[in-house]
Write a protein that binds this ligand. Structure first.
Ligand SMILES: N=CN[C@@H](CCC(=O)O)C(=O)O
Ligand SMILES: [Zn+2]
Length: 409
């Protein structure tokens, strides 16, 4: 805690406090107290205890900070020309990853760090308080290890994505061996997760299975990029490996939806107890930028699948850090309620990263929901309710942000 951070803070006169806790509480006329990084009290403002510092929300809404569980922040350069071509009718393919890999390899460690740091700042300024990033634009042992090391210093969670694209000139099977061998060993000290882009033009089912097996044997949690460009084996593989999340999920068969729903049958959403399933992470900004059908978030929720919303910031398919844009799109176009969309962008992201209530890892506090004992990650809007996120699309509504009890915006 910095010398200027008060020991305890009371935020009072909150018009709407959307807790996204297990009871789904939305409190009117509320107050929150946090001591250091920990929330210590939530209730009616009329009953609020005193604190060292008092912040008057003046009727504004307060939500948990966004938990952005899917991004690719470690890159240099951009792909404006590819985007323009796509807007003119060309379809997205995985091949563009090679362009960013070339640009990323060409910059110094300091420059790459600065680029990542600027993107994190941009995300935080819009209310993101917990952020994952993948590697995946290094694609050789040294550059993947460098990406992992730089990401680990700048973001909360790092995912190894050596299996993003087979580099030009490499034999796919030999490259998969490298991803499962020397490259995995090199990134291991810096990462908690591994991911694979299981899609045509990227990694086959068999190659993906090898990557997931090696990562699991190395003790990493698993994630899968699946069913982005067409129906395929990604979701089934994610379920088979009990991955924490399968991301994109644009093209799902009834069997895929049923398989994902089945993974949640042993979990109680009212207590958060039981065996968690595989979160379906929807990436609406990416879907719009690649002109893919929006992921069927509504149908997934209705089938009993826990979903997350993430920004998927990367230079190819989704060059944005705006979680608010994703929430807006989820409400306006994916037919989620505001509460469901905000939940997917906060609690859902935490579920996808194993950082939700009851899952405090390495002594870290739960994120993505507001309850006593959780990390004080709060996002105050320039609006009286979260509904304004969808009602006033495109308007920057972040008023202030606290991350682990420290005011950062
Ligand atoms: N789909 C795979 N990976 C990224 C895009 C990578 C790129 O095109 O640079 C994604 O999540 O959309
Ligand atoms: Zn991705």
């Amino acid at each position: 805690m910095s010398a200027t951070t008060p020991a305890s803070t009371l935020i009072t006169n909150i018009g709407e406090l959307m807790t996204q806790d297990l009871e789904h509480r939305v409190l009117k006329d509320a107050a929150v107290v946090f001591e250091g990084e920990r929330i210590s009290w939530i209730g009616s403002r009329h009953d609020a205890p005193s604190a060292d510092e008092m912040v008057d929300a003046e009727g504004r809404a307060v939500l948990p900070g966004w938990v952005d569980s899917h991004s690719h922040l470690v890159f240099a350069g951009d792909r404006t020309a590819e985007f323009e071509a796509r807007m003119a009718g060309q379809s997205y393919s995985a091949g563009g990853i090679a362009v960013t890999t070339g640009a990323t390899r060409s910059v110094s460690d300091d420059e790459l760090t600065r680029l990542v740091r600027d993107r994190v700042k941009e995300a935080v300024s819009q209310g993101t308080t917990y952020l994952e990033s993948k590697t995946g634009y290094g694609l050789d042992v040294d550059n993947e290890a460098r990406s992992a090391r730089i990401a680990a210093a700048e973001v909360d969670e790092v995912t190894y994505l050596g299996a993003h694209l087979v580099p030009a000139g490499s034999d796919p099977e030999e490259y998969t061996d490298l991803v499962c061998g020397a490259m995995l060993d090199a990134v291991l000290p810096h990462v908690r997760w591994a991911d694979v882009f299981c899609e045509r033009g990227a990694f086959t089912e068999d190659q993906s299975r090898r990557v997931l097996t090696a990562a699991r044997n190395a003790g990493l949690g698993l994630r899968v990029h699946g069913n982005q460009l067409g129906e395929g084996p990604g979701v089934a593989l994610a379920v088979e490996f009990a991955a924490a999340s399968v991301d994109h999920v644009n093209y799902l068969s009834d069997k895929d939806v049923a398989a994902l729903a089945e993974t949640w049958t042993g979990w109680d959403p009212t207590t958060g107890l039981g065996t968690k399933g595989t979160v379906a992470t929807c990436l609406p900004a990416c879907d719009l930028s690649t002109r893919q059908p929006l992921a069927p978030g509504r149908g997934l929720i209705d089938a009993g699948v826990q979903i997350a919303l993430a920004a998927n910031c990367n230079p190819g398919t989704s060059y944005t850090t705006s979680m608010a844009f994703c929430v807006t799109t989820a409400v306006l176009q994916m037919h989620l309620s505001v509460h469901e969309a905000v939940r997917a962008a906060t609690y859902g992201g935490a579920l996808a990263l194993g950082r939700e209530f009851g899952n405090d890892v390495d002594g870290e506090r739960a994120v993505g929901s507001l309850a006593v004992g959780h990390r004080a990650d709060l996002h105050m809007l320039k609006a009286p309710s979260a509904t304004h996120l969808a009602y006033r699309p495109g308007i920057p509504l972040t008023h202030s942000v606290w991350r682990a009890g420290v005011r950062v915006v």
